[in-house]
Design a protein around this ligand. Structure first.
Ligand code: F6P
Length: 360
């Protein structure tokens, strides 16, 4: 087994709460083994920059402040795939050799990459091409990575969405309104489903379950007949219109993200029921904020385990949580097993048992 003295760590893809706790855990464990930890800035963008953007992480980042800090002190990016890097002229070029060369310049023995399915795929391709010894840690508020029951960031995102429902309920009741909450999830409905149950939603719309608005309207009418003067509707951003059209928001630079389904649903509910409706689009509030205890613990467990994988010479593996245990799985398999909401799974069954309408 090759001797390990110096490892790199990077955060990649959209940020989420729990990234700093995982950096802290990696640095604590690795420096405890006498290794040097190099933090690469802004994901693979730091390896493309010249000079390479990286800093040695010492015990200053192992303080408990990092547990409480949202975002990532290393920075991250969800743009600029090095295998299809956009040029100023709008072409896509392969810059993977430059990234690998940047990695070489840091003289690292192994790399810990923290990312979702897209980032882990890119990192794995780089590792295969550049002979990089890689260990992956799953993070995504969308919770859609396969072979792990939980990814870093999901818990805090659910907390934000649940708290939004807690805040919407009294104002909905005061004004006799139907409140529509649009939450993130590309392309899975885990946040909508989990927060919808936790926050007492009456209707949950997720991309995994086809819906009809007339059924949603019937649920709202039924609530009214029961004497309820308000209703809470949670809709996942990736839900399409009834005609199957995804609703997108376009940003400067050409990037497109989901956006608009909340307003679509709200307008149609108002039209079908005559109810007064309002929309809240929660957006990046779900990504920032103080990591919830669940995310802090998952991050700590995953960080320590990732270092131990390197120490025992196990690479191309992703740390995962299964059956109350931390385990490791092949990165390729985790990426291949996309984890959408199971329409026959326990949370959907529970929600139906509670009388929550999915519009189907
Ligand atoms: O994948 C994480 C995520 O937050 C999705 O839920 C959301 O659709 C997307 O990223 C937003 O991306 P951006 O930060 O580029 O707006």
């Amino acid at each position: 087994m090759a001797k390990i003295e110096r490892i790199g760590i990077l955060t990649s893809g959209g940020d989420c709460a729990g990234l700093n706790p995982v950096i802290r855990a990696v640095v604590s464990r690795a420096t405890g083994l006498g290794w040097t930890v190099v933090g690469i800035r802004n994901g693979t963008a730091g390896l493309l920059a010249r000079p390479v953007q990286a800093i040695e992480l010492d015990r200053r980042v192992t303080g408990s402040d990092m547990l409480r800090l949202g975002g990532t002190v290393l920075g991250t990016t969800n743009k600029g795939d090095p295998f299809a890097f956009p040029t100023a002229e709008g072409r896509l070029i392969d810059r993977s050799d430059e990234v690998i060369e940047g990695y070489r310049q840091l003289r690292l023995d192994a790399l810990i990459g923290i990312g979702g399915d897209g980032s882990l795929k890119i990192l794995r391709d780089l590792a295969a091409k550049g002979d990089i010894r890689l260990v992956g840690i799953p993070k995504t508020i969308d919770n859609d990575l396969g072979l792990t029951e939980v990814s870093i960031g999901f818990e805090t995102a659910v907390q934000a969405a649940t708290s939004a429902l807690d805040h919407l309920t009294p104002t909905a009741a005061s004004h006799s309104r139907v409140m529509v909450l649009e939450v993130m999830g590309r392309d899975a409905g885990h946040i909508a489903l989990t927060a919808g149950i936790a926050g007492g939603a009456d209707v949950i719309l997720i991309p995994e379950i086809p819906y009809r608005l007339k059924r949603v309207a019937a649920k709202i009418e039924a609530l009214k007949k029961e004497g309820r003067n308000f209703a809470l509707v949670v809709v996942a951003e990736a839900v399409q219109t009834e005609d199957g059209e995804p609703l997108m928001t376009y940003h400067t630079g050409g990037q497109a993200t989901y956006g608009g389904i909340g307003h679509y649903v709200s307008e149609r509910i108002a039209g079908l029921t005559g109810a007064e409706t309002r929309v809240t689009v929660l957006g990046h509030v779900q990504r920032g904020g103080t990591p919830e205890p669940g995310d802090r613990v998952t991050a700590s467990v995953f960080g320590v385990y990732a270092v131990d994988l390197i120490a025992t010479g196990r690479f191309d593996r992703m740390v995962a949580w299964q059956n109350r245990r931390v385990v490791d799985v092949p990165i390729a398999e985790a990426i291949a097993h996309y984890q959408a909401v199971d329409p026959g799974g326990p949370l959907v069954i529970t929600a139906r048992g509670l009388g929550i309408c999915f519009g189907d």
